[in-house]
Design a protein around this ligand. Structure first.
Ligand code: G3H
Length: 189
């Protein structure tokens, strides 16, 4: 029976500093998550013989998948929302210098970057391929995981940019008649 697993990368050095964007390495806690992921995946997935792991092309997802002994594929389409001129800034710096995104977070496009609406389009080929496969584990980023999660859970444009996708958590989606059943497995670190 088809299931999909989603996870954000482990905590990165930028997460620790509350910075967005960039291509940082994992923090110590993030590396601990990466180290614990293989046994969690074995436990939760059961039969891993057809499991494929997809990551983005950014270091933090590749490092998170490093210890997983399965076929892997990197997708540029899974890279984090491009925050344009705000790349590398902290949320406080952004709040001090830019208009609030909360008016319409789905459509807010960072100058020189992307909006969640752009991201949904960018992820179309990923979703097409995902529909064909039985068992895929996707290790990506908060914004890209939100879009995939919203697609399978039927969240609308208002809900999508606020979906709670915690760090160090493996999300299992099982398609049912309408939508999906969800289960969150959080690793204590
Ligand atoms: O910019 C990338 C973040 O992971 C997305 O979070 O849209 O809530 O700021 P945010």
């Amino acid at each position: 029976k088809k299931r999909i697993w989603l996870s954000r990368h482990g905590e990165s050095e930028f997460n620790v500093q509350d910075r967005i964007g960039g291509d940082a390495n994992l923090s110590l806690r993030g590396r601990l998550y990466a180290g614990k992921l293989p046994s969690l995946v074995n436990e939760v997935v059961g039969d891993t013989s057809h499991l494929t792991v997809w990551t983005s092309t950014l270091r933090r997802t590749i490092e998170t998948a490093h210890d997983l002994p399965f076929a892997k594929k990197q997708w540029k389409a899974l890279d984090e929302l491009d925050t344009g001129v705000c790349d590398g800034m902290t949320y406080d710096e952004i709040a001090a210098n830019f208009l609030s995104r909360d008016e319409d977070k789905f459509n807010y496009r960072y100058r020189g970057g992307e909006s969640y609406r752009d991201l949904v389009l960018r992820l179309e080929p990923v979703i097409m391929e995902l529909e064909q496969l039985e068992t895929v584990l996707i290790i990506a980023h908060q914004a890209t995981i939100r879009c995939l999660y919203a697609y399978f859970m039927g969240l609308d444009h208002e809900q999508l940019p606020y979906a709670r996708i915690p760090l160090h958590t493996l999300i299992e989606l099982t398609p049912v008649a309408y939508g999906c059943k969800e289960k969150f497995y959080t690793v204590d670190i």
